[in-house]
Ligand binder design. Structure first.
Ligand code: IMP
Ligand code: MG
Length: 188
């Protein structure tokens, strides 16, 4: 917790940095090229799962040379802790009519798979022409439901990470890098 606003720097709460800003931005350009190639000549409906995907999607869509429409879906799967609750809750639905559209669903991280598999089901019921998923981070070892993303930035081990949109108790989203918190900052 900051004690003095003028000196607070969230990066000091990290034990280690896993991906620095330059590494993330380089990988985003590669991912953008992959997505551009997959959807050449088509119009995309990009659906971001907020809050976590907000930084990632903002940078990602600026790499896309495609006509696209953007909407957000709000899902809550963690509540002020590093432990997931079982059923992700859809708190706010999309407003975009995605029937017949090519949809790219974007989240910050794929962990147990519950969030993306549930949100995918909801979006599929809205009859898109196609539905693919894109995540910045993939904790492959943590899956409890069968789910793979179509576009993945980086695979990471089973560690709780923050930064670049990912939070701990809603904090640290503004970090330009991704890292692991020092133990003393991992309790709310
Ligand atoms: P899943 O439903 O278990 O796949 O979890 C996905 C959601 O959990 C993501 O949208 C994140 O909000 C959150 N999450 C999972 N792992 C982490 C982490 O290491 N740091 C921060 N948030 C995480
Ligand atoms: Mg999230």
């Amino acid at each position: 917790m900051p004690t003095d606003d003028s000196t607070f720097s969230p990066i000091n709460d990290l034990e280690k940095i896993i991906f620095d800003e330059a590494t993330i931005q380089t990988r985003l350009k590669e991912l953008g090229a992959e997505i551009n190639a997959a959807y050449t000549g088509r119009e995309l409906a990009v659906i971001a799962i907020i809050n976590g995907a907000v930084i990632f999607v903002a940078d990602m869509i600026r790499e896309l040379n495609l006509a696209l429409q953007l909407d957000c879906i709000r899902v809550s799967s963690y509540r002020n802790s590093t432990a997931p609750v079982q059923e992700p809750e859809i708190i706010d639905r999309i407003r975009l009519d995605i029937e017949g559209m090519d949809v790219l669903l974007i989240d910050d991280i794929l962990d147990t798979g519950n969030t993306l598999s549930n949100v995918s089901k909801v979006l599929r019921s809205m009859k898109p022409a196609s539905l693919k998923t894109c995540v910045l981070l993939d904790k492959k070892a943590c899956r409890s439901v069968e789910f793979e993303a179509d576009f993945v930035g980086f695979e990471i081990p089973d560690e709780f990470v923050v930064g670049y949109g990912l939070d701990f108790a809603e904090r640290y989203r503004q970090l330009p890098c991704i890292g692991v918190l020092k133990a003393e900052h991992q309790s709310s």
